[in-house]
Design a protein around this ligand. Structure first.
Ligand SMILES: Cc1cc2nc3c(=O)[nH]c(=O)nc-3n(C[C@H](O)[C@H](O)[C@H](O)COP(=O)(O)OP(=O)(O)OC[C@H]3O[C@@H](n4cnc5c(N)ncnc54)[C@H](O)[C@@H]3O)c2cc1C
Length: 432
């Protein structure tokens, strides 16, 4: 990561360097930072990681987190719930247990941003003033974005791992599925964890193979993209033949437009790449249909977004500083950076945001830079996972370390047994 060695590292007497190494700011700078009021909107992995790192750097920092939920969801585990590896309770935590000592928790949701007045207002009318604001509101699955999707999800034939209850339902549906056509889709627009719709497809195919039903099941994966994993071309080239060998029918350049649950039909618009499109209908016996995603209303409809970015937070993709309001930063899924919307992304963004917040408080330009790094544990079958990191250019990072293009048992074990602990005990506690 191209962190800004020139900012507080030079003008502030080496604080940036010390912060990155030891996390604690020297006393003189910590005293200045201690006077600033930091408010974080959204207390999931993005908000809590930034908040915890702020407190690691300056233990008496004034950090307020505004978060309505009392239950914290470990969302990267949802796919494993759908696959029957985790139970629902394995991904639920008490929000209070994950919050660092020293954080003030406003248990409500923000309804209004007033950046000109440096304040936000919550649903009960509470006004929270700040010197620096971090927006970490994530994105939500919009199950009403596709005609018929919500209704289809109420039937016994469809489910979706992006909702925890539906993910539990999916497990039962897949396990009891004996024969017929299973259809999996991929959404248009920005996607929370773009790997998850594929992981659940491949794990399901493997489940039916292991249960001796594979010959009776037709598996279809439909995506509006031009290939399986276009964001990382090298991975795309490896997985495409691997998946095709397993007899999965991949349909490219097809976007889900509607579902008719009464006839169990998914209706797609298929593009030919030359501006023409036609309707394609797929009858299904099992459907894993993806909604589109959107940011929460006060962000989407408020003053912190911009034109043509789908209601996301208007930030510089490297400094993660808001493009209009310099005392506002963003982290995680809600940001219009073009980076993958994953917790792995947040692990790389949080140190940049905190270093730039410190620089800003000290009156210096934010020069720590986020390079687009993200990661993906691609669960290709039960007991096997490909692990890789990549940057804004879609190039693999540390390929030799991860053995990125290989399906391995050790990365499966790490995903199932290690990553959740890393998330709750290390990352959210501000240690990485
Ligand atoms: C099925 C699935 C599989 C995934 N797999 C992986 C994986 O394998 N690896 C990986 O790295 N990532 C994975 N992810 C993605 C990862 O979970 C997200 O990238 C991560 O949770 C984003 O964190 P965030 O803090 O930006 O947003 P979120 O976790 O979405 O949190 C946003 C928070 O903001 C709060 N909020 C919303 N509106 C308001 C408001 N108005 N006021 C105050 N607070 C508000 C919400 O209550 C929420 O707590 C997966 C996600 C899903 C759903």
């Amino acid at each position: 990561m191209g962190v800004g060695a020139g900012s507080i590292a030079v003008a502030g007497g080496g604080a940036g360097y010390l912060y990155r190494r030891n996390m604690r700011l020297p006393a003189e700078q910590a005293a200045k930072v201690g006077k600033a009021r930091f408010v974080i909107v959204g207390g999931s992995v993005g908000g809590l990681t930034v908040g915890a790192r702020l407190l690691r750097g300056v233990p008496n920092a004034q950090v307020t987190v505004i978060e309505p939920r009392k239950e914290h969801h470990y969302q990267p585990g949802y796919t494993l719930v759908g696959a029957g590896v985790y139970r629902k309770q394995d991904v639920l935590f008490d929000q209070a247990d994950l919050m660092q000592a020293g954080m003030r928790w406003v248990h409500d949701r923000v309804t209004t941003f007033e950046p000109e007045r440096n304040r936000v207002i919550t649903s009960d009318g509470t006004v929270v003033e700040y010197d620096f604001l971090v927006v970490a509101m994530g994105v939500v699955a919009d199950f009403d974005s596709i005609e018929g999707l919500s209704a289809a999800l109420q039937t016994p034939y469809a489910a979706n791992v992006y909702d925890l209850d539906s993910s539990t339902k999916y497990r039962k549906l897949a396990k009891s599925f004996e024969q017929g056509k299973a259809v999996f889709t991929y959404p248009e627009g920005y996607v929370k964890c773009g790997g998850a719709p594929q992981k659940i497809t491949w794990l399901s195919e493997d489940l039916w193979r292991r249960d001796g039903k594979r010959d009776n099941v037709e598996v279809h994966f439909t995506t509006p993209q031009s290939s399986l994993f276009p964001v990382v071309p090298k991975i795309d080239r490896v997985i495409t033949p691997m998946i095709e060998e397993r007899g999965i029918h991949n349909h490219y350049r097809q976007a889900l437009r509607a579902i008719d649950p009464s006839t169990r039909t998914a209706i797609f618009e298929a593009f030919d790449g030359e501006g023409n499109s036609r309707e394609v209908r797929q009858r299904y016996d099992l459907l894993h249909a993806m909604p589109r995603f959107r940011t929460p209303a006060p962000l989407r409809d408020g003053p912190l977004t911009g034109e043509g970015i789908g209601g996301q937070l208007l930030v510089d993709r490297e400094t993660l500083q808001h493009k209009q309001y310099p005392n506002i930063f963003g982290v995680g899924d809600c940001c219009a950076t073009g980076a993958a919307k994953t917790a792995a992304t947040i692990r790389k963004q949080a140190p940049v945001v905190v270093e730039n917040l410190f620089s800003s408080v000290l009156g210096e330009a934010p020069t720590a830079l986020y390079d687009g790094a993200s990661g993906c544990p691609l669960l290709t079958r039960y007991g096997r996972c490909m692990m890789f990191e990549f940057d804004y250019e879609g190039e693999l990072v540390n390929e030799w370390l991860y053995q990125s293009t290989k399906e391995t048992r050790r990365w499966w074990s790490f995903k199932v047994h290690g990553l959740k602990r890393l998330y709750t005990n290390v990352m959210i506690q501000g240690w990485v």
